[in-house]
Design a binder for this molecule. Structure first.
Ligand code: SF4
Ligand code: SF4
Length: 207
């Protein structure tokens, strides 16, 4: 019958419309911006730079290696490496970005910068209310805008952040173990002596 499909569709709409007054599950819209639906954990938009501790400058993980700058498909990352070094989270002196800009009007949220970073220093954010009235550099995010704490990362991406924390803790522990073992290894081995003369025992000599 002509129009049967239309009537069927309207019946479904009417059923959901009336049902939404009684069943919250049927209400799929919210009164944004007062109300917000929770974002899925894997939601992503633009990158940010992670820092450990409380101080964004001291704790910034980025060592200005520029891999992300080279790999970014639309070339929207701009980095100037420092001339001096600062200690990283393991106390190792590292360069840091004197300038780190991302033009988010160009960024296509591909996450390649995150995947190529060897230092877990750049991650994808969930912030999406970033519209600006100005056309030009208002969407150029500077290092200070991009720096966000690891606690923030743990809040927005708990699963990924826990994996990264475990990886970095294991790396720090392995480095500490290696450092502790180094002085012992550096000490010259006490030469084996013959029981009678006190001279080193020749190789292959039996007692
Ligand atoms: S998400 Fe993609 S486009 Fe955006 S800065 Fe990273 S690599 Fe570049
Ligand atoms: S964010 Fe990562 S890949 Fe990019 S410069 Fe810093 S350390 Fe290198």
């Amino acid at each position: 019958m002509i129009g049967k499909g239309i009537l069927k569709g309207m019946a479904v709409t009417a059923h959901n419309f009336v049902g939404s007054y009684f069943d919250k599950e049927r209400l799929i819209t919210v009164q944004y911006p007062e109300e917000r639906n929770p974002l899925p954990e894997n939601y992503r938009n633009f990158p940010f730079l992670v820092y450990d501790g409380k101080d964004p400058n001291a704790g910034l993980r980025c060592v200005a290696c520029k891999i992300c700058e080279k790999e970014c498909p639309p070339q929207c990352i701009y980095i100037i490496k420092s001339e001096d070094k600062k200690p990283d989270y393991m106390g190792k002196p590292q360069f840091y970005p004197k300038v780190f800009d991302i033009d988010i009007s160009v960024c296509m949220s591909c996450q390649i910068c995150v995947e190529v970073c060897p230092f877990e220093a750049i991650k994808m954010d969930k912030e999406f209310e970033l519209s600006r009235r100005e056309r030009f550099d208002a969407l150029l995010m500077r290092k200070d805008d991009l720096a966000k704490s690891n606690d923030y990362y743990r809040r927005i991406s708990p699963t990924d952040a826990a994996e990264v924390d475990a990886k970095l803790t294991a790396a720090a522990e392995a480095a500490a173990k290696k450092k502790a073992a180094a002085p012992a290894a550096a000490k010259p081995a006490t030469p084996a002596t013959s029981s009678t003369s006190g001279r080193p025992a020749p190789s292959g000599a039996s007692s």
